[in-house]
Design a protein around this ligand. Structure first.
Ligand code: ATP
Length: 306
C-alpha cells in the first residue's frame, strides 16, 4: 500500500503544481490581454498619442452573432476628460473597455485614439498607452512589491513606494511583517478586493499612461474602503483621458459626462445634475442605488447592535 500511495501522493503534488501553473498562465493572459485571435495587421504602425482623445464611432459588436451587445454606440472623450458609463447589469459597459483594448474588434464602426483607428496600430503601442484598473485584479504569486512594480519594471524602490502612497496602500503594506517583500497571491497573503484594486491603482500610477480605464468593482465595498479607493482613483485620473465603467454610481458624480447604456445603445447622456433633472433611466438607477445603500446601512447597524 505504501508503495502505491507514495507515487499517488507525488502525482497529486505534481497535479496541483501543474494546475497552479495553468492558473498562472491563464491569469497572465488575462493581465496581458493576449487574445490570440487578434494580431497586428500587416503594416501596423505604432500609435502616436498626442492628447489622448478617444472616439467610438457607431460601434457595433456581438460576442455571438445571434446576440448583439452594442448596437451603434458613439461618443468622444476629449483629451484629459473623464466619461463614465452606467447602465443596467449586462448592458455592455465592460464590453466597451474590452474593445478599447482590442481584446475584441467591433463588427462595424471604429474606435480611434487621436484620430488613429486602433485596429490599424500595433497591439504593443495600444496597450502601452492605456492603463487599466480592472474589476478584479489578478496578483502574481510573488511579493507585493513585485506586483506593484509590474506597472513599470525599471521603477526604483522610492517610485514604488510613492505610487503605493498615492494609491493609499502604502500604510497597509508597511504594516505587514515583511513589508513590500510579503508574498501575495494564491500561495501568499490573500488580499481583499479593495486592497487588490489599490495595488492595481499603484501599478497604473507607475505606468503613467495617457489613457485610463477604470472598471469599478461590482461588489459593494464598505464606505471607508470605497472613499479610499475613490481618492486614489481621482488622483490617478487627473489630467488623463479616463473611461470609467461604473457598476455602482458612486464614481460618476464628478465625471465630465455620463453615458447611460441600455440594451446596446446610449439611452441618455449628460452630467449628473442634467440626468437627475431629466427624470429618466439615470434618475431611476440613482434612486434604486440610494435605496440599496440605505438598506445596507440598516443591515450593518443591525449587525453591529448588541
Ligand atoms: P455588469 O454591470 O453586470 O458587469 P456590463 O454592462 O459590464 O454588466 P458586459 O460585461 O459588457 O456587461 O456584458 C454584456 C453582455 O455580454 C452580457 O449579457 C454578458 O453575458 C455578455 N458577455 C460578456 N462577455 C461575454 C463573452 N466572452 N462571450 C459571450 N457573451 C459575453
Amino acid at each position: 500500500l505504501v508503495q502505491l500511495s507514495m507515487p499517488l501522493n507525488f502525482m497529486g503534488m505534481i497535479y496541483r503544481e501543474i494546475k497552479q501553473a495553468l492558473i498562472d498562465i491563464d491569469d497572465m493572459f488575462r493581465i496581458l490581454g493576449q487574445n490570440p485571435e487578434i494580431a497586428d495587421r500587416p503594416g501596423a504602425e505604432p500609435l502616436r498619442v498626442a492628447g489622448g482623445t478617444v472616439r467610438f464611432e457607431d460601434v457595433r459588436f456581438a460576442y455571438t452573432p445571434e446576440r448583439p451587445i452594442l448596437r451603434g454606440v458613439a461618443f468622444e472623450i476629449p483629451a484629459g476628460h473623464t466619461v463614465a458609463v452606467v447602465g443596467p447589469s449586462g448592458a455592455g459597459k465592460s464590453t466597451l473597455s474590452r474593445l478599447l483594448f482590442r481584446f475584441y474588434e467591433p463588427s462595424a464602426g471604429r474606435i480611434t485614439i487621436d484620430g488613429q483607428d486602433i485596429a490599424g496600430v500595433t497591439q504593443g503601442s495600444l496597450r502601452a498607452a492605456i492603463g487599466m484598473v480592472p474589476q478584479d485584479t489578478v496578483l502574481f504569486n510573488d511579493t507585493i512589491g513585485y506586483n506593484i512594480r509590474y506597472g513599470r519594471a525599471d521603477a526604483s524602490e522610492a517610485e514604488v513606494r510613492e505610487a503605493a502612497r498615492l494609491a493609499q496602500i502604502d500604510g497597509f503594506v508597511s504594516g505587514l511583517p515583511e513589508g513590500y517583500d510579503t508574498p501575495v497571491g494564491e500561495r501568499g497573503l490573500k488580499l481583499s478586493g479593495g486592497e487588490k484594486q489599490r495595488v492595481a491603482i499603484a501599478r497604473t500610477i507607475l505606468k503613467g499612461p495617457p489613457i485610463l480605464v477604470l472598471d469599478e468593482a461590482t461588489s459593494a465595498l464598505d464606505s471607508f474602503t470605497e472613499a479610499q479607493i475613490q481618492g486614489a482613483l481621482d488622483r490617478v485620473s487627473r489630467g488623463r483621458t479616463t473611461l470609467v465603467i461604473a457598476h455602482r454610481l458612486s464614481t460618476v458624480v464628478n465625471a465630465d459626462a455620463i453615458l447611460v447604456l441600455d440594451r446596446g445603445v446610449i439611452a441618455e447622456r449628460g452630467t449628473h445634475a442634467e440626468l437627475l433633472a431629466r427624470g429618466g433611466l439615470y434618475a431611476a438607477l440613482w434612486a434604486r442605488q440610494r435605496e440599496a445603500d440605505a438598506a445596507r446601512a440598516v443591515l450593518a447597524r443591525e449587525a453591529d447592535a448588541p
